[in-house]
Each structure stands twice: as C-alpha cells, then as structure tokens.
Design a protein around this ligand. Sequence first.
Ligand SMILES: Cc1ncc(COP(=O)(O)O)c(C=O)c1O
Length: 407
Amino acid sequence: MKLDIEFVRAQFPAFDAAPLKGQAFFENAGGSYTCRPVIDRLYRFYTERKVQPYAPYEASTLGGAEMDEARVRLAAILGVDTDELSFGPSTTQNTYVLAQAFAQWMKPGDAIIVTNQDHEANSGPWRRLAERGFEVREWQINPETGHLDPADLANLLDDKVRLVAFPHCSNVVGEINEVAAICAQVHAAGAVACVDGVSYAPHGLPDVGKLGADIYLFSAYKTYGPHQGIMAIRRDLGMQLPNQGHHFNGDSLYKRFTPAGPDHAQVAASAGIADHIDALYDHHIGGDAAPAVKGAAVHDLMQAHEHELLQPLLDYASAKNSVRLIGPDKATSRAPTVALALQANAEEAAAQLAPHGIMAGGGDFYAGRALEAMGVDMDRGVLRLSFVHYTSKAEVDRLIDALDQVL
Ligand SMILES: Cc1ncc(COP(=O)(O)O)c(C=O)c1O
C-alpha cells in the first residue's frame, strides 16, 4: 500500500494558497505546514468557544471538551495514559520546567548524561544543572558519522546517574537512534530516559509506551499542528518529581509541569493532528482499529513514502564532491532531515535556492554542538533540506535540479 500523495496534499490548505504556489517547501524540520482539521478547530475555537473553558455554559463546556479530546486522542495514539500527556508553550520550555523539577529532586552527588547530538532544547537546560552542583556527563557522537554509540553510553552509566537525555533523531544528523534499546540500557542502570522526539514525530507518531521512554517530547507545530510542545511522562516519575504547577494542581499529573495556564485554543486544535492521522488511516486502510494501531499504520505509510523520496537525494548528495552529507546515506536509517556542509556559506546557498522555488534554510539549527563535534565550519553552517509525508516526488526532483545549478 502506497501513500496517496494527492489525498495527503488535499489535507493541507497551504498547497492551495496563492503565495505558496510554485514553491517547494524543504524547511519542514523548522515547522511544518498545518493540516486542515487543526486550522478548522482553531478557527472554531476562536469564533465559537473563546471563553474560559470548563464552566457550565455551552461554549465553555464544548471548549473544555475539545481540550480534553486532544489529550485523550493523542495519548491513545502515543500509547500512554491520558493524564501522562501534557502541553506546554514549546519543547524547550517543557525541558526547562523538567530540568527545574530534576534539580529539586536529585541528591548531592547525582549525575546526568546529555549528548552532543541533541538540539539545544534537550541539552542546555540539563547542562545548567552543573551550576546547581550536579555532575553532567556528555555522551559524544562519532565525529565522522555523527552516530551515538550505545557502547559509549555504557562507559558513562553508573549508579550516580539519574537521567539520560538523548534524541530520537537529531535535527542535523538525521539518524534514528535505537530508542527502545537505549531506554532499556538506561533503565538497567537505574536511570530514567528523556527522549527528544521533535525531529522524529513529524514522520509518524511513535508508540511511546513501547519505546519505554520515561519522558518523550515533541513539538506540535512541526507535526502539522499549532505552536505547542507536547510531553508524555510516565506517571510514577511525574508524580515523584516535585510539582512545578500551582500547589493546588499537584494531584493532576498533566498539570504538574505546565506552570503557565495552557493556550486553550491551541491545545484544543491539537486534536486535529489525530483527525489527520485518522483521515489517512480511513482513506488508505479503513475499518475499526485502536488509535495506536491506526497511528502505527499511518507511521509506516508515511515512512515508506519518505524513504522512497529520500534515497535519491542522499545518493545525489553523497556523489557530489563539494558536499559533505551529515549523517547516514541510507534512507532507512534516518529521517528526511538532510544537512549538507558546503564549501560555501549555507545561508547564502539557501538564498540562491529561493529563486528556484525552493524554500530551505542554512545555519546551525540550534544544533551547534553536533556540527562543531563533526568539524563543520561554523561560519558556513549547513544547508538543511527537510521534508515530510506531504512532499511529492516532483518536488524532490525539482530540489535536486536546483541544487545542481546552485552548488
Ligand atoms: C530536535 C529538536 N528538538 C527541540 C526543538 C525545540 O522545539 P521548540 O521550538 O518547540 O522548543 C527543535 C526545534 O527546532 C528541534 O529541532
């Protein structure tokens, strides 16, 4: 079964918007287009339900019910309990709040492990625990390949380590880390695993329960949704960590790490991500199935499509002498988030692609630690070409054509 790309694109109003016509979008890892159900739900909330939710009048009850619906449906797809899922303004902010909780929870002499493959969001907030007296160890990537080797993690783990923070997939290396095996390794050492899924989730929501991550973070605005961070946390960990919300909300797991009041409209609109997954499932497969089963089927459909489109781009980049492909050259090992180190400034290269109708970006993408470790010239940065399931083969062909003229 192949992804019906025309059906997929019809779910995204951006493809019909006049200002975007004729443009091929390759900066999806920065933020994806938004699917129609999310836009419709956001519009409905703002026009019909923009009142304080959970009060007894109808507009408010409906608004609250939609917010609940978002958590119920997304949690079910992710294989976690509803109250294990919470929203925050962004993944970075969610991580900062978590780091604060860990700082209060850990004991003198405790250690944490971070990587130099992560985006700063799942790195900097944890590294700052060093200022609070905790030991911070770095799990380092291979400088040639960008790979995080679990054998190196084994050398860092001991009974002092409370937390290991690592990415499901880096936003510049692109390689998909073996999350389930790493989580098992972390648990065997008596620590908890915090996984940054921001670069992975747009390519198919994972079953977080099966992965075994104690904390799993991703950003809805990169996953066809509104500008929110989404966090799943295992109940017994979340209830052990000190409450970061209002004291009277401490019994409610999903409120413990959201100190600010949530953005009601955006939380409600996030149910549209589940609508999108359901629509893809119904169109391609159909019938009744549990949300996690639908999520897994849609995940596989998306990945198969992305792999097919990605391999020619990787082959092109690998064959080009003036280009260094960051991360694996096999589509099946990675996400379609492809960073290229050039012999020129990457932002300028991105600007040269724009007249060809290619939207892409250059820079360090807040993953400077990984790029520096790999010896990338930080004044040049990398050109990043990232796509998702709604990208067509014609767009990738056009990208390769444009790269051929610009690089
Ligand atoms: C891998 C990764 N993690 C975390 C983040 C931060 O997400 P947010 O903007 O929601 O804080 C990003 C954003 O680019 C990212 O690519």
